[in-house]
Design a protein around this ligand. Structure first.
Ligand code: TDO
Length: 195
């Protein structure tokens, strides 16, 4: 773990790299005080080396009701490719990032872990990686920070149960949108995305 906190920061953000280059976990540490607590969720200055000039242009929040429900796996094709930062605001989710980048040493590998209000961890998913999650508790909510606008025509999707990925989901799947049911399976000839 390396600390890239700005000297001026009241509370800092610690960045933990994963085995997939560009997929990073940012851990926020709340300040607990008599009135309650305070926590920094994002800081452009502290995360500047990861942002590398990107700007947050969209912030979204989703609520998913049924434990076991999966959303994803989604990404946007260039020129709408985006970095996403994902954090759980309520409940617990199993969050997954899949490396689809052509030539990446971890091509088709994935990183998965729990995000929760308690662990205060945020996953950074770079361009060329798909993202999806399964909720582990009823009524779980996610907050997304995006570096590109929503571009539904540029969206790509993967099946959560694609055998070429063999993602281990903690719960039986209880719900999946019709769109997520209709993604094509990856071809064994898939060479990856250009980023
Ligand atoms: C993602 C998105 C959806 N919408 C609308 C479209 C639709 O009416 C409704 C639900 O859209 P979706 O079915 O695409 O929502 P959802 O399946 O939750 O899509 C999300 O999945 C996770 C895994 C991600 O990583 C996100 O970036 C996003 O792709 O919200 C927006 O207006 N803006 C957005 O940015």
């Amino acid at each position: 773990m390396h600390n890239i906190a700005a000297a001026s920061g009241l509370v800092d953000l610690n960045v933990i790299p994963t085995a997939i280059q560009g997929v990073n976990i940012v851990v926020s540490k709340p300040v607990v005080e008599p009135r309650g607590s305070f926590i920094r969720l994002f800081c452009e200055e502290e995360l500047s080396s990861l942002l590398d000039g990107r700007k947050i242009v969209q912030i979204n929040r989703s609520l998913t009701c049924k434990p076991g429900a999966i959303r994803g796996l989604h990404y946007q094709h260039p020129p709408h490719a985006e970095m996403k930062m994902v954090r759980c605001l309520k409940g617990r989710v199993w969050d997954v990032a899949v490396d689809l980048r052509r030539g990446s040493p971890t091509f088709l590998h994935y990183h998965a872990q729990e995000l929760s209000v308690e662990n205060n961890e945020m996953m950074i998913i770079p361009e060329g990686c798909a993202h999806g999650f399964q909720i582990l508790e009823a009524d779980s909510e996610l907050l997304y920070l995006h570096t590109a606008a929503y571009a539904p025509d540029a969206e790509g999707g993967l099946r959560y149960d694609d055998l070429l990925l063999s993602i281990n989901w903690p719960l039986p799947v209880s719900e999946l949108s019709s769109r997520d049911q209709s993604h094509s399976l990856l071809s064994e000839h898939f060479q990856g995305l250009d980023t």
